[in-house]
Design a protein around this ligand. Structure first.
Ligand SMILES: Nc1nc2c(ncn2[C@@H]2O[C@H](COP(=O)(O)OP(=O)(O)OP(=O)(O)O)[C@@H](O)[C@H]2O)c(=O)[nH]1
Ligand SMILES: [Mg+2]
Length: 406
């Protein structure tokens, strides 16, 4: 799936655990995602280490024996980076760095690093920098010697690079400054949003890499950066879209992910205002991803954090072209249970999805499948909202089908 054409990828190992709540299959899926994140950040995963345990070791996260195995592998294979799937405490990070003698990152570091790399506008950069400072503040003492020794590369990039090496007071001052700067830009943006008048506002939301920008491009004929890496979009793009003769505003924004660092949700609150203030959400899901149900949960959780769960929402199940159930041969493997992984698309539609009625759509943005249905559904919903707001405008927008026939 990944195009590994980049040269000079940083060599990394991944470390995860298998627990009662996180079985081997889950752990593998999480590490797959962590590998994708690593690749997006410019790294190459050479090996994965997993360990079964009841709870993480408070000093070294994984067991002391296992950490020695990792150390040995790292030394023999000249690995520069060890990445843990869970957030490490400052003490764990310090202890592990001492033992492994290489750069030690956790999932949060990695996501922050990708955001830092991807931030294009000064607004996005300011938000990322704030998140990095908030993350670093409690860990500052531990990071000190570590940063002295290792500079650059994954987890060490970003606008905050030089400030990191100074003391807490300076980081605290920096945080206040960044917050002030964000407040100023927020005011300008809020004025801009106010100037947009009465148009209905629709926001694309969803897990990262599900096809939000692709869908935006297809229906608004715009060119929003889309690619097969995580967090291709960091800033919010708003386009005026017209379906039939009905205009509305469509926004495409940053994708969500499992365990999105709280510091990021916090500092991206203003970018997410577009979602918070939307009249209608299009929750895009990559149905071809084995873990799509959990993705939906993660997205809903973050929507909750920004007070946006109760908005009118249409679920858009994208990438139906790529959906492939696992083959199931019941005859020769009697002990294997048929599970959701074996469902055909038709079977999926009969599950909880059927309860959503016309609020569940199945499309392929790339192959332009069912886009007519999609447009019709969005048209009707936007029209509904518009008419509720301006009852006297009723006559302006006839039924979608009437319009098509004329
Ligand atoms: N097979 C298939 N691939 C798709 C479809 N829609 C999008 N993609 C691919 O999925 C990848 C991610 O698409 P994007 O549009 O960048 O996804 P996004 O949700 O905007 O991602 P972020 O901005 O990173 O959160 C790209 O490689 C797209 O070509 C689809 O309908 N079918
Ligand atoms: Mg995007």
């Amino acid at each position: 799936m990944l195009e590994k054409k980049d040269i000079n990828l940083e060599k990394a190992v991944l470390i995860g655990i298998v627990t009662k709540d996180q079985d081997e299959a889950k752990s593998k899926e999480y590490l797959d995602e962590l590998e994708f994140l690593t690749y997006t950040a410019g790294g190459e995963v050479v090996k994965r280490f997993t360990q079964k345990m009841d709870m993480p070791n408070s000093k070294t996260f994984i067991g002391t024996g296992k950490i020695e195995d990792v150390k040995e592998f790292i030394e023999e294979n000249d690995i520069g980076t060890a990445i843990f799937d869970d957030e490490l405490s400052a003490a764990q990070e310090r202890n592990i760095s001492k033992i492994l003698n290489c750069k030690v990152l956790d999932r949060t570091n990695l996501i922050l690093d990708i955001f830092a790399q991807r931030a294009q506008t000064s607004y996005a950069r300011t938000q990322v920098e704030l998140a990095q400072c908030e993350y670093l503040l409690p860990r500052l003492r531990g990071m000190w010697t570590h940063l002295e020794r290792q500079k650059g590369g994954i987890g060490m990039r970003g606008p905050g690079e030089t400030e990191i090496e100074t003391d807490r007071r300076i980081v605290r001052d920096k945080i206040s400054l960044l917050k002030e700067r964000i407040k100023t830009i927020d005011k300008q943006m809020s004025v801009q949003r106010g100037n947009r008048g009465a148009m209905v506002r629709v926001a694309l939301v969803g897990y990262t890499n599900v096809g939000k920008s692709t869908l935006m491009n297809v229906i608004s004929k715009s060119e929003v950066f889309a690619e097969n890496k995580l967090f291709a979009t960091l800033d919010t793009t708003v386009r005026k879209v017209v379906i039939q003769n009905l205009p509305f505003l469509l926004s495409d924004t940053v994708g969500f992910i499992r365990k999105l660092p709280t510091q990021l949700v916090e500092s991206f609150k203003s970018t997410l205002d577009e979602v918070r203030e939307a009249d209608l959400l299009l929750h895009v899901v990559d149905i071809s991803h084995p873990n799509f149900e959990e993705h939906i949960e993660s997205v809903n959780k973050i929507l909750g954090e920004i007070d946006s769960v109760n908005k009118p929402t249409i679920m858009v199940f994208n990438k139906i072209d790529a959906y492939k159930p696992e083959p199931f041969e019941s005859d020769d493997e009697l002990d294997i249970e048929r599970t959701k992984r074996h469902y055909s698309l038709e079977e999926w539609k009969k599950t909880w999805m059927s309860k959503m009625g016309e609020n569940a759509l199945f499309i392929s943005a790339v192959n332009k499948e069912n886009l007519e249905d999609f447009k019709k559904r969005v048209y009707n919903e936007v029209r509904e909202i518009h008419i509720t707001r301006f009852p006297y405008n009723n006559f302006l927008y006839p039924d979608y089908d009437e319009n098509i026939d004329s």
